[in-house]
Design a binder for this molecule. Structure first.
Ligand code: ATP
Length: 235
């Protein structure tokens, strides 16, 4: 499981995360709801080993994630799909995918197997495999970004705002793809502002406000919570 205890992250004098406690069991999809600036990306950067915490711990399957070696976190089974996708727009879809395998896996047979798995999960990418990633629609680019993160064969996928900038129908397609990924055994921690779409696929969730977790509950409890409904569901 992912276990986060008293995790505090500061940028200079500013505290972005205040002694966070959060856990994700293997096999779960857990959503982290929060507005812009709540600290979602800071948490993900910390879990990826890109940002050192000022205090506290984060472990996945007992391995510490806070030592500050991103490639080690990937080797321990944790991969991030960053906000804004960060694809190489001029490179083909397949080259983008291969880059996801590069850090971790250099054997050609393994990479070929992961590519096959990626196209199985995202069949729409097959006919686009030689197209520049930047020529794809927003939803397809998000699929490429997720598939690229999966090329490292993670056990835990950190997914930062996959619905950003996508039309509602496309958001639905992306989230159903996330659900398929989860069904292959990948645990998912999903940061989102789009509470409705995210909660529709999540088992549990947390609300992050100003760097503090203010609420946690099951999918059902959060969907029906008045604070969530007024802040994130627009009702
Ligand atoms: P968004 O969805 O807009 O990315 P977020 O919930 O991911 O929001 P973070 O990007 O984690 O939020 O930012 C949390 C807080 O930390 C914000 O107040 C932000 O201004 C601040 N912050 C983020 N990165 C830095 C940095 N490198 N230096 C100083 N402050 C930062």
């Amino acid at each position: 499981m992912l276990e986060i205890r008293d995790l505090t992250v500061r940028y200079g004098a500013f505290t972005a995360l205040h002694a966070l406690n959060l856990s994700v069991q293997r096999g779960e999809i857990v959503v982290l709801l929060g507005a812009n600036g709540a600290g979602k990306s800071t948490l993900f950067r910390t879990l990826s080993g890109l940002q050192r915490p000022a205090g506290g711990t984060a472990t996945w399957q007992g391995h510490s994630l806070t030592g500050g070696r991103p490639e080690q976190n990937v080797a321990h089974g944790v991969a991030q799909c960053p906000e804004g996708r960060l694809l190489f727009p001029e490179l083909s879809v397949e080259k983008n995918l291969r880059l996801g395998a590069f850090v971790h896996r250099r054997d050609p047979a393994g990479t070929a197997r992961e590519l096959d798995r990626a196209y199985d999960l995202f069949p729409a990418l097959i006919e686009k495999r030689h197209a520049p990633a930047g020529s794809l629609s927003g939803g397809q680019q998000q699929m490429v970004a997720i598939a690229r993160a999966l090329m490292a064969r993670p056990q835990l996928l950190l997914l930062d705002e996959p619905s950003l900038g996508l039309a509602p129908l496309v958001v639905e397609q992306v989230f159903s793809a996330v659900q398929r990924v989860n069904e292959t055994g990948v645990t998912v921690l999903l940061a989102e502002q789009n509470a409705f779409a995210a909660l529709s696929i999540a088992h549990r969730g947390y609300v992050l406000e100003g760097g503090r977790l203010t609420l946690e509950g099951t999918q059902q409890a959060l969907m029906t919570d008045d604070r969530v409904r007024s802040a994130y569901l627009g009702v």
